[in-house]
Every structure is written in C-alpha cells, then in structure tokens.
Design a protein around this ligand. Structure first.
Ligand SMILES: Cc1cc2nc3c(=O)[nH]c(=O)nc-3n(C[C@H](O)[C@H](O)[C@H](O)COP(=O)(O)OP(=O)(O)OC[C@H]3O[C@@H](n4cnc5c(N)ncnc54)[C@H](O)[C@@H]3O)c2cc1C
Length: 414
C-alpha cells in the first residue's frame, strides 16, 4: 500500500465485490475495506432460485471470487459486520460493535430485501422468502422433502421458484393478484406466454387471486385466498417484490427516492459517497430520468462503474437495462426499459417458445425480449439505443435479419 487514502464499500455482494476488484485493477493502492452483513464472502444470487436451489450445482459455483482473491488483492473483507452509521461530514463509518472507520470515498452497495407480506399468519413457520444463500438452502431442504407448495406472487423470483419446485416433482400452486405472471414488466400478452408455460408443466395457476391469510397451528398448513379458497400446503414461498435497503443512506441524509438517488456518475447527493446496484436509482443519460434496476447485469457493471467514478474517471454509466431468467427449458434475455407501450410485435410464434417480443412506442422499439433465441441481444440493444424507426411487418419477419433493420436508411433518430 502506498497511498494513505481509504476507500470503503458497504455491501459485500456482486456490486460491492466487483467494485473492489475494479478499484484494484484501476490502480487504487490505498486501504480498501469491503464490509458485509452476511457471513458468506460475496456471491451471486441468480443460481439461488435455479440450479443451486435444485441441488444441481454446489456452493463453490455461486461465489464472485475464489477464497484467496481478497487477501491477494489486499481487500479487507469484513464479513458478518453491519455498517450502522454514516457520518459524511467527518468522513466516518461506524460498524456494529462501535468500530469507526475513516474514509476518503465510500460506496453503498447495500442492495435490496424481499417485501414482507403483512397478513394474518405471516410469521408462521414454513412461510419462506428467498434472498440469501441460507434462504436457498432452507428452501432446498423443503424441496428435498417433496409435497406441495403455494407460491405467492409470480414475479421473477416466484416464477423461478415455481419452476424449480415443479422440476423437483412438487405439487405447485401459484397465487397472483394480477391477471398473468410478470404482468408489470411484460404486460398481458407476453405474461400469458409464461402462464401457459407453467400450466403446461402442471403448475396450478390461480391468477387474479389475492392471499388473505396463512393458517396453521405452528407451521403454515393452508393458504386462504381472496376468493374464499383454502389451499392445503406443506410450505409457502412468498415472492412479492423487493425494496432497496436504504436505512444507512437515510440516516446519513442522502437524497432518496425509490432507492438512493445518484447521478449518471453514480454520485449521491453527498460528496465522496457513491451508490450502485439494486439500491441505486441512477440518472440514465439515454432515458433522461432516474432508473433503478434490480438485476444481476446492473450490479455486475454498475459496481465497477462506481469504482471508476470514485477514482475520478468522468464517464457516465449508460448501459441499457438487461436481465435474464431461466424457467424449465425456457431461457430469456430482456433488454431495454418499458413503463408503457402501444403494442407488442412478435417475431416467431410465442406458442413455439422460440420467439422475440418487441415493445413499441410509435415506430420505435423500447424493449425486446428473446426467448430461446440466442445471440440477438446486441442487435436488439442497437435498435433501441439508436432509436431506429421500424416497420412492424419487417420486425415480425424472422427472415429479415435484425442487423438489417438497424441499417435502414434514415432510420435513426436525430
Ligand atoms: C433468488 C434470486 C434470483 C435472481 N435471479 C436473477 C436472474 O436470473 N437474473 C437477473 O438479472 N437478476 C437476478 N436476481 C437479481 C440479482 O441477484 C440482484 O440484482 C443482485 O444481487 C444485486 O446485487 P447488489 O450487489 O446490488 O445487492 P445485493 O445482492 O442485495 O447485496 C447487498 C449486500 O449488502 C449487504 N448489506 C446491506 N446493508 C448493509 C450494511 N448496512 N452493512 C453491511 N452490509 C450490508 C447485504 O447483506 C447484502 O449482502 C436474482 C436475485 C435473487 C434473490
């Protein structure tokens, strides 16, 4: 160590670990501390609802870095420690136990946590949530026992857990207040494709149905729904969304709005403090508004971008949002960001489960999703980023390469 500067990262998960790595590869040679509440060294969460949950891969597959990495790069990994107070006016961070660390620059990668369902019986044993590797272990142990599960919520986590539980042979019922799974992100048409995929695999899909209570003596035995059904079950998994973990940022007086507000350099409202990953609501130069992305690729790329910004690199973070999901034998990738759209255009038959869906506003694509069709993400992102004017008929025609659409003369926005 040659510099006497100290940089601290709070949140030892994907965004935090990749930021620490980048600080070192970009030449930061001062003291570097990575603090994390969890006892595990940084790991990736996507396998926790997929192959790791099903017992197909072991723990070693989920870690971001091998065990020696942190010592080899002189990164002080403080695991099982929670940062409890941040004092930007003095450049000090306090950990549980009272230890105080001085910092020059600090990055918050505190991520997000599952929303809890506050209904009668919500605290019964057997009502499970999924965020950590320990949650996944506990759920896997339930899957090993077999039986029946009610999954509450059919967002990405609920949908993937339902698929994994079915793949492990359990009886699965999904209860969802909206009309189709994933409706908020994908809309009714594409959500219906996922409803049918689950139904085809034998999942009982109770759409348009809320949950009133969990019932049982000590552990949950049944779920009472808004339409008066009583669903017997051995356990429940709740996946009703997540919320950014902002307690530390709030206490420190950082500007918040659905997460920690940061500019396109990932700087918070307080000098010297940065944020990235699930917790950051970052101004996006392409969209001209703040966007909070709760997905793996964002943590993977935004952590390093924040690290570069901590080192005074002046480049904006402007990657298009991207995420993936795997359910049964259906893999998908989604690029872009669509709060509203006029229509969806399909390239390929959704019933074949090999297609690309495009969400359009006027004659421009705002988001695209490839399902069991690969190596098209770059072309889709180009169509979105260059705001190419598209013709629905050609967009829908699998014989017209996406690259050709992007080359249409005069097709780009000013
Ligand atoms: C089961 C599951 C499956 C997923 N599958 C996919 C997928 O298929 N595709 C996809 O794109 N995305 C997926 N995701 C989302 C993806 O994993 C997240 O976007 C990613 O984990 C965000 O990383 P992060 O580092 O920002 O935050 P997190 O992973 O939430 O990590 C934040 C860390 O900060 C720690 N922390 C919080 N506060 C403090 C504090 N005060 N002091 C110390 N430490 C603190 C937390 O304990 C935690 O370890 C999945 C998520 C889950 C849970």
């Amino acid at each position: 160590m040659t510099s006497d500067r100290t940089h601290i990262i709070v949140g030892a998960s994907l965004a935090g670990a990749k930021a620490a790595e980048t600080l070192r590869t970009e030449g930061f040679d001062g003291r570097l501390v990575l603090v994390g509440t969890e006892d595990e060294r940084p790991y990736e969460r996507p396998p926790l609802s997929k192959d790791y949950l099903r017992g197909e891969v072991g723990r070693e597959k989920v870690y971001v870095h091998d065990e020696r990495f942190y010592a080899e790069h002189d990164i002080e990994l403080q695991l099982g420690r929670t940062a409890v107070r941040l004092d930007p006016s003095n450049g000090e961070l306090e950990l549980d136990g009272g230890e105080r660390l001085r910092y020059d620059r600090l990055l918050l990668t505190t991520g997000s946590e599952p929303r809890r369902l506050a209904i009668p019986g919500g605290e019964l044993a057997g009502v499970l949530y999924l965020r950590s590797v320990q949650d996944s272990d506990a759920l896997r142990e339930r899957l090993d026992r077999g039986g029946s599960v009610v999954v509450v919520g059919s967002g990405w986590i609920g949908s993937e857990v339902a698929a994994s539980a079915r793949q492990r042979g359990l009886e699965v019922t999904v209860v969802e207040p909206l009309a189709v799974p994933l409706e908020r992100v994908l809309g009714a048409e594409v959500g219906a494709v996922y409803r049918d995929i689950h139904a085809d695999h034998g999942v009982r899909m109770l759409m348009g149905t809320g949950v009133e209570a969990f019932e049982g003596d000590e552990a949950v035995e049944r779920v009472r729904t808004s339409d008066g059904r009583e669903l017997d079950c051995d356990f429940v998994v709740v996946g009703v969304g997540i919320q950014p973990r902002t307690a530390l940022a709030a206490q420190a007086g950082l500007a918040l709005d659905d997460g920690i507000l940061v500019d396109d350099r990932l700087r918070t409202s307080v000098p010297g403090v940065f944020a990235a990953g699930d917790v950051a609501n970052a101004h996006h130069p392409f969209y001209g508004e703040p966007i909070r992305v709760e997905h793996w690729a964002n943590a993977l790329n935004q952590g390093p971008a924040a690290a570069r910004s901590m080192l005074d690199d002046d480049s904006p973070y402007d990657r298009l949002p991207y995420f993936f999901s795997d359910q049964y034998d259906v893999g998908m990738e989604y690029s872009g960001f669509a709060r509203a759209w006029d229509r969806v255009v399909f390239r390929g038959d959704p019933a074949s489960r090999e297609f690309v869906a495009f969400w359009l506003v006027g004659d421009r694509i705002v988001a695209g999703m490839n399902v069991n069709v690969w190596e098209v993400t770059d072309a889709i992102q180009r169509l979105i980023r260059e705001r190419v004017v598209v013709d629905d008929r050609r967009l829908a025609d699998p014989d017209v390469p996406l690259e050709d659409l992007a080359r249409i003369k005069g097709g780009t926005a000013p």
